[in-house]
Design a protein around this ligand. Structure first.
Ligand SMILES: [Fe+2]
Length: 374
């Protein structure tokens, strides 16, 4: 056996010859998923996402594999952008193929059509003036000003603890896949400069911080030891465990609303134009992170049972990862001198915001109809 389902390990394998077979546990015992042939990659989900292995992989008799250690690969790739681009492209293709099998093209399209009743972009404008309008439009969107977020921050929910536990349970079904979203966007960009910028974000996602970022942390009273070398999905897990939420990986894949959000967002990144993908992950996501995580921090503080170290995930994203959105704005700005790209930036942004707002609607409904704890 090469990989056991559920294992935590990020090694990536390239199959040089022979074949390997994949199987997954189900309620009716083990189910065969198929085989992978020479030239293909094995283990890409865990490599990108830092999630437990999704399947058991058994090696055929003649198989020869090349083993790639995660930390070493990341370091090498930063120095060799061409190799990086190729690997990311291969990984992005693989991950897209696998995702397709979870959700039909039609159901993804249906989901996206709910958020695509989008009015025309302001005429005539391009460049940074246009971008500024988009930023304002994003910040005024229900994805940011949603009553769910306000009521969490104000404690206006029947059971704040239950609501935060529910958030801790459901949200990672989308956000734990962030490295995969970034990988997809990087693989779509032509400019090496743009790719390297986002690669830097991807490296930060895996917990590697540089001196400048550590300085910012210290300024905000965050102990660098709380975060250095720890991938972001792990930091979220720390928050989950502190809230008493355990073992959500499998659960999260059963909840349709969460799967819809994740897969529709991924579909938007993989099928849209590069400008649309940048609009979605930049203007519609990184750009608003700060505004979304601040009310979550307020709610956690209001609850008053967690140490700062336990919810450092949110502060980290508000204070340090703020430069992610600067980096993405710089990329968006390069796209914004072309009229069609301007329209696509906005389209991607509004779709990403629309998907998030639908998720908040659902979460709000759950949080409001929960009876208070005795
Ligand atoms: Fe992150």
């Amino acid at each position: 056996m090469l990989i056991a389902e559920g294992d935590q390990d990020r090694t990536l394998f390239i199959l040089e010859s022979g074949s390997v077979s994949l199987a997954q546990k189900t309620d009716n015992g083990e189910q065969k998923l198929g085989t992978i042939g020479a030239g293909d990659v094995v283990g890409e989900f865990a490599f990108i996402d830092e999630r437990p292995r999704s399947a058991t992989v058994t090696i055929g008799e003649t198989a020869q594999l090349l083993k790639l250690d995660h930390a070493k690969v990341m370091r090498t790739l930063v120095d060799t952008p061409e190799a990086l681009a190729e690997l990311l492209q291969a990984l992005a293709n693989r991950v897209t193929l696998r995702l397709r099998s979870y959700m039909s093209e039609q159901s993804v399209q249906n989901e996206l059509s709910k958020v695509s009743g989008i009015s025309d972009a302001p005429a005539g404008k391009t460049g940074d003036a246009y971008l500024e309008e988009l930023i304002d439009e994003a910040l005024a969107h229900p994805a940011v000003s949603h009553p769910y977020l306000n009521d969490l921050a104000q404690g206006n929910l029947p059971d704040l603890k239950w609501a935060l536990c529910d958030f801790a349970t459901q949200y990672p079904g989308y956000c734990a896949h962030f490295p995969r979203y970034l990988t997809m966007v990087i693989s779509k960009l032509d400019s090496p400069k743009h790719r390297m910028t986002l690669m830097q974000n991807l490296i930060e996602e895996s917990g590697m911080l540089d001196d400048e970022e550590i300085e910012v942390l210290v300024e905000h009273g965050i102990d660098p030891d709380w975060v250095q070398g720890i991938p972001h999905p792990k930091l979220f897990e720390r928050f989950q465990h502190a809230m008493g939420v355990h073992d959500t990986h499998e659960q999260a894949d059963d909840v349709l609303e969460v799967v819809c959000w994740r897969e529709s967002f991924y579909h938007l990144l993989s099928n849209g134009s590069p400008a649309e993908a940048v609009g979605a992950i930049g203007l519609g996501t990184e750009n608003i992170v700060n505004k979304i995580y601040t009310p979550i921090i307020r709610a956690i503080e209001r609850l008053g049972t967690l140490d700062r170290e336990q919810y450092v995930f949110f502060e980290l994203h508000c204070e340090v990862d703020d430069d992610h959105h600067e980096a993405l704005l710089a990329i968006a700005s390069d796209f914004a001198d072309d009229r069609q790209n301007c329209i696509d930036l906005r389209k991607g942004m509004l779709k990403a915001l629309g998907l998030r707002a639908m998720f908040w609607d659902w979460m709000y409904d759950r949080a409001r109809h929960r009876e208070p704890c005795a």
